[in-house]
Design a protein around this ligand. Sequence first.
Ligand code: CUA
Length: 338
Amino acid sequence: MNPVLRVSGGFLFFANLLAGQTMHPSGNMFRPLATPARLVSELSELTVVICLSVFVIVAGLLAYAVIRFAYREGDSRSEPAQVYGSNQVEIAWTVIPILIVFVLSMATARITSAVQNQPIPKDALYVTVIGHQWWWEFQYPDLKITTANELHVPLSSTAQPHMTSLTLKSADVSHGFWIPQLAGKTDVIPNRTNTMWIDPHETGIYLGNCSEYCGTQHAKMEIRVVVDTPEDFQKWVERQRATAATSDADAGQQAFLSSPCIVCHTVNGTAAMGAIGPDLTHLMSRYTILAAETPNNAANLRDWIKDPQHLKPGNKMPTAPLSDRQLDQIVAYLTTLK
Ligand code: CUA
């Protein structure tokens, strides 16, 4: 593997520090930071407590019986008294498990309906999430923004609640949208629309991943949710709404616009209007590329465009026939897309 990529974890940590962002550890569902994740976490705590009590009682009685009634020197070798048909015992071990299952199913139904039937306020932020092999598209229909792999949403506090409502769709196969600290998993299914909502209580970067096997690069289909303060979110929105800084005299832009790249990618305000790959209008506002932990910088972009199949084998990006000079020019252009 390319040494630049190997140190990506450290690089990202550093880059996030520079950007003043807290990185929330991936997958720590025991520290929920949004209402849906907290409800799911409380339900699992209840389930764990009940199941653990059952285990301790049953295993304890078993251990007690094994030790207390083990064969000892001088015991009779004859069979002990056999007990059949005790109504009390049979009723007890039928009714208690039914009660346990009843309590757990009622608690599950209550939490499920609390998450699913939550009314979405009128001022909620609406985002359409589209799963692709193997990256995520995020469209903000009201704000007219399209981005990829890094979802920006505002912080939700008691003083200023900001709910984000997500509409989940797939462009190809089934995917799963999961950010453990924000909400439970929701399937992303072709020809079906699912919804979920989040209200993150802390700013920072939350990590998630596609949670349904969707092909060779399923593991490299990560999600980053960047939770900004409402002010920072507003600034991000304004930057994203601006069209790309373009200049027709720019050799890099010329090289890009005359390359096959524009068939799949969009850069707003230019002739590049492809909708198959990620929107590149504000490419450099993202921390990573390839929907994974690959830091977004000129060296990695160049490496990626030169031979996409070596970094993420099987992905849908073809190798464009570009000379080294064209490659340099295109990378130079892309790095201006802030
Ligand atoms: Cu997409 Cu797994």
